[in-house]
Design a protein around this ligand. Sequence first.
Ligand code: SAH
Ligand code: SF4
Ligand code: F3S
Length: 440
Amino acid sequence: MIKRRFYIETYGCQMNIYDSGVISEILTGQGHEPADCAAEADLILINTCSVRDRAERKVLTRLSEISATKKGRPDLLLGVVGCMAQRLGKKLTETWMKIDLVVGPDSYDTLGGIITGLTVERDPVVETTQDSECMYAHRPKTFDSVSAFVTIMRGCDNFCSYCIVPYVRGRERSRPLGDIIKEIKHLVELGVKEATLLGQNVNSYRDGKTGFAGLLEAVDAVEGLERIRFTTSHPKDLAPGVIERIRDLPGVCEHLHLPLQSGSDRILASMNRGYSYGDYRRIVNLARSAIPGIAITTDIMVGFPGETRSDHEATLRAMEEIAFESAFMFKYSAREGTHAAGLTDDVEEAEKVARLGQVIELENSIIDTKKQALLGKEVEILVEGESRRESGFLIGRTRKNWLAKLPQKGVSKGEVVVAEVTGVTRWMISCDGSVRKAGA
Ligand code: SAH
Ligand code: SF4
Ligand code: F3S
């Protein structure tokens, strides 16, 4: 058997980061070896995202770059995995680019076999069978980071009208509770202090009688795990029980990522989101009254088909009213095969750009105000490691997910400390003053 040195480049969301870990483990299990960089690899896998056209174009540029280098390196194998592999399948092998394998998210367990049999002379292998029961576990032998993603569900059944995810990721399914807990315990033994539970809609997690609130309890009971985060919470399914667990369970961070998308009820209906702005507001009020100061972050999309200026203003008003701690903001991108792709994409590109600029500007000013209010306050930080930008400094995150830096003296990676905020910028909190171990 030919042993390959593989390198995985990951695009897209946290699910893909998790899956790249799974793939890496599958390949190492088959005797292949990870390489430190693409230049040292003889198998490059690109783990891809299809959520917006731009995400796909970025990958296509990268694939053509690598394909071009294959002329000088005839032994190099190039593979596409992830959501674009699922969406485009065989089409990816029909361009000038030299792609040797295309494997979708439900077929990673076939990768070992495919790669073992693969040679540059062979026709490309395409494996995009969808399997609505497919689940992966991740049990790495070592783990560098103090924070780990743990996928608790795969797929999505919500079919928001703009979204490609249900098509490329298939039907929603939950991992068994016992598997998730075993995986987290294993990661804790490797030094992990924080687990971020992943699913497109974690609030619909279910294993027998256990729902998401029950899962949070079970994860919180894992000894040695300091923090629990989760994403994404779909507003239509957020149960009061989950808010109670955020309030009551010591490990669960006071942070809710709750994508709003739009402040206009007409647009929300057309997006098939299943809630109105009023419903959303009620959830936020419930969360904020139960957990004062809870961080609420969101996703906002501008320029959805039919979005008028007044719909857009409703989004700006909603953002102002709720004052999100942070937001991912996007321009609508039509995805072939989705329901919205059949609507007229009638907001002009220049107008989409302008609207995106407005939501970003508004969110930035909200963040600046929130940051200023932190000056002089104490925050709890989980130290993630040394700063790559500034030597002598460590980087970590507060419970509300603000990025923070603090001097290295007396503190090390993996520790939870309480520190005073002495400086803020839009993206960073600095804590140059007193620092003590949490609980001390
Ligand atoms: N499951 C999550 C979101 C996953 S996709 C949820 O329901 O909230 C992440 C974000 O990408 C979405 O929240 C949405 O804001 C954005 N997005 C998805 N499809 C898009 C599209 N076609 N064009 C622009 N943005 C899109
Ligand atoms: Fe896409 Fe909606 Fe599913 Fe999120 S919930 S992944 S936006 S279809
Ligand atoms: Fe994630 Fe992109 Fe796929 S957002 S699920 S990698 S389409």
